[in-house]
Design a protein around this ligand. Structure first.
Ligand code: ATP
Length: 361
């Protein structure tokens, strides 16, 4: 038994009946007790993966192992998983208590009513819904329904918990609260959890690690901070980060990186960070807005289009080439739209990509 591979997915593929290849040769593993976020834009295949793990969909090819055992031929009910759906899928005619007890009162492992009630109450206490026991789901708020759905998923004490966008129906403030609660709950129960979201902040805040997908392919499988500091490719660098990263078209020559408005001598870059020998030509230089900031005599002269307040900081927007770029500035900076300023960038924080998106620096 390898606790580092409590959940293991190997060379998984899914081609739907219409010929669409939603998952293309995906492999990853999840450590026992970890909460892992499957992150990616709409349509990238997150739900397809979750449904294959749950046994609701069968893979076209590949292997799924839980605790070292192949699951591909195991029926959903025998996989020992709990599934929390996006829309909660509660039974409207049952009370909260009946909803939470339900999984324990059906199937071959069903237990007595009294026993089911006892176990249900344990998880209702953990999810803080004891006082809602006699309510019907229709009378509950989104956050309360969410807790009922989680209690119901945990009541059979599954080995693995799958959650598909469980916070998407909640308002912004409640999302923050419930996501903290979910993290502390799954950690206190110690259950291995795969949590699907398209929200990078949610993933960064609750995931022990994040697996970022695009178009059915894993783009990066890593600790949250590495998505910022060491993005695998252009897609990752642009998907993660708020405000989004700035991208500048540059031409590399023997001596420098030259763009329409600035030139950076190659001597200023750290030669050891180049991932391979680069031929001269076109590249994309990317830098996060917090690493390109106003400074007297900076290397890039711009005219400020707009300044947007985002709580503790402000986003300074400027036009570059045909598009807009951003710099993150503090509230103390007295910069106004229309000002002409110069920006400096942190050379040790830039990334360089090929036009195809491969990271080369
Ligand atoms: P979202 O965040 O919007 O739920 P997702 O990342 O969960 O998206 P999936 O629902 O897994 O994405 O879908 C992946 C791709 O497969 C999408 O392009 C989708 O249109 C396609 N797809 C999903 N279900 C089917 C199906 N039954 N038949 C054909 N194509 C499908």
């Amino acid at each position: 038994m390898d606790n580092n591979k409590f959940v293991e997915v190997k060379n998984l593929r899914k081609v739907y009946d219409n010929g669409h290849e939603a998952i293309k040769n995906v492999s990853f593993s999840v450590k026992k007790g970890d909460l892992v976020c499957l992150l990616g834009p709409s349509g990238c295949g997150k739900t397809t993966i979750l449904n294959m793990l749950a046994g609701l969909l069968s893979p076209t090819a590949g292997e799924i192992l839980f605790d070292g055992k192949s699951m591909v031929k195991v029926a959903p009910k025998d996989r020992h998983i709990g599934y929390v759906f996006q829309n909660y899928a509660l039974y409207p005619h049952m009370t909260v208590l009946q909803n939470v007890m339900f999984p324990l009162t059906v199937g071959k492992n069903k237990c007595s009513k009294a026993e089911a009630k006892k176990v249900a109450q344990k998880y209702m206490q953990l999810t803080q819904i004891m006082d809602l026991a006699d309510q019907k789901p229709g009378n509950l708020s989104g956050g309360q329904q969410q807790r009922v759905a989680i209690a119901r998923a945990l009541v059979q004490e599954p080995k693995i918990l799958l959650m598909d966008e469980p916070l998407s129906n909640l308002d912004a403030r409640l999302r923050l609260k419930i996501r903290e609660e979910i993290r502390s709950l799954v950690k206190s129960v110690g259950i291995t959890t795969l949590f699907v979201t398209h929200d990078q902040e949610e993933a960064l805040s609750i995931g022990d690690k994040i697996i970022l997908f695009n178009d059915g392919v894993i783009q990066q499988d890593d600790l949250g901070q590495n998505f910022y500091l060491e993005p695998n490719n252009y897609f990752v660098a642009n998907f993660i980060g708020n405000p989004v990263i700035d991208n500048f078209k540059v031409i590399k020559t023997d001596q420098e990186l030259r763009s329409s408005q600035f030139t950076i001598p190659l001597a200023l870059l750290d030669a050891s960070r180049f991932k391979r020998n680069l031929p001269n030509g076109e590249y994309i230089l990317s830098v996060r807005p917090e690493n390109i900031t106003p400074q007297k005599d900076g290397f890039l002269r711009v005219r400020v289009d707009d300044v947007e307040l985002i709580g503790r900081e402000r986003i300074l927007k400027f036009t570059y080439d045909q598009g807009q770029a951003r710099s993150l500035i503090s509230l103390e900076e007295s910069i106004q739209p229309g000002d002409e300023i110069t920006l400096q960038l942190k050379f040790n924080r830039i990334f360089i990509f090929t036009p195809g998106g491969e990271r080369v620096y």
